[in-house]
Design a protein. Structure first.
Length: 246
């Protein structure tokens, strides 16, 4: 009886979803992919996205990439990749064939862009192990490690496939962080002395307004002189006219 209860408890705590893989050529796998990463695994966490759906969010340090825009890599040392399955409230939601990673493991990942972010395309099919040998590197499918074509792909063959798909091979990410800072217009007020701070560069619009104001101020004395001259002339004319009548 106790054994039956233990088996039932185990069944309730582990949900397993089976996946069947079919070998596809590298070109076929890249056909509708949105990017490829060479990255080092850092950590993972689990998220519940619906009542019956759990996903794993893995964090990677990007070594090289292709197909992903620089603006989408906010921090190359903290890039998130998702795949289905994970743990939630002590329940284990396993997805057969989902990729797995060891601490600091470096791998090649074929990615597909989704509404929740970049996902490993085709579950484990989208992960390639990096194998170091005396002859150099080669890449091995994590699902079909002994396949005649997918079990040993040379660096040149992999780069050629990337060039056919993206027009270039893997590239170094330019910076650790990409920050898009919008340019904001600042309103600069003059102080009481009428001077701008030395550290503030005056724009063309400010120069134009100030020059107009200065011109109007400089022309004020001229108009005053003309006005007084007219008044004087009128006064002299009035006096002479009044004497003539007498």
């Amino acid at each position: 009886m106790i054994q039956k209860i233990s088996i039932l408890f185990l069944f309730l705590n582990v949900s397993v979803f089976s996946t069947t893989f079919i070998p596809l050529s590298l070109d076929k796998q890249l056909e509708d992919a949105n990017g490829v990463l060479r990255a080092k695994f850092s950590s993972l966490e689990y998220k519940k996205v619906s009542n019956d759906r759990i996903i794993t969010e893995a964090t990677f340090k990007i070594v090289e990439s292709i197909g992903i825009k620089q603006s989408e890599i906010i921090n190359k040392n903290n890039f998130k990749v998702i795949y289905p399955g994970g743990k939630w409230q002590d329940l284990d939601y396993r997805v057969s064939g989902a990729p797995s990673f060891k601490p600091n493991e470096e791998a090649l990942l074929i990615l597909k862009k989704t509404s929740m972010g970049y996902a490993v395309k085709g579950l484990g099919m989208g992960k390639y192990k990096i194998i170091e040998t005396e002859e150099g590197e080669f890449y091995q499918s994590s699902v079909f490690p002994k396949h005649p074509s997918l079990g040993r792909i040379t660096e040149n063959d992999f780069d050629s496939a990337l060039i056919r798909k993206f027009g270039a091979d893997l590239q170094k990410v330019k910076s650790d962080k990409f920050v898009n800072i919008p340019v904001q217009k600042e309103v600069v007020e003059k102080n009481k002395s009428g001077r701008f701070p030395a550290s503030v560069e005056r724009g063309p619009a400010q120069v134009e307004l100030d020059s107009t104001k200065e011109a109007s101020q400089s022309s004020n004395p001229i108009w005053i002189v003309v006005l007084f001259s007219l008044l004087g002339a009128i006064s002299v004319y009035t006096i002479r006219r009044s004497k003539g009548h007498k």
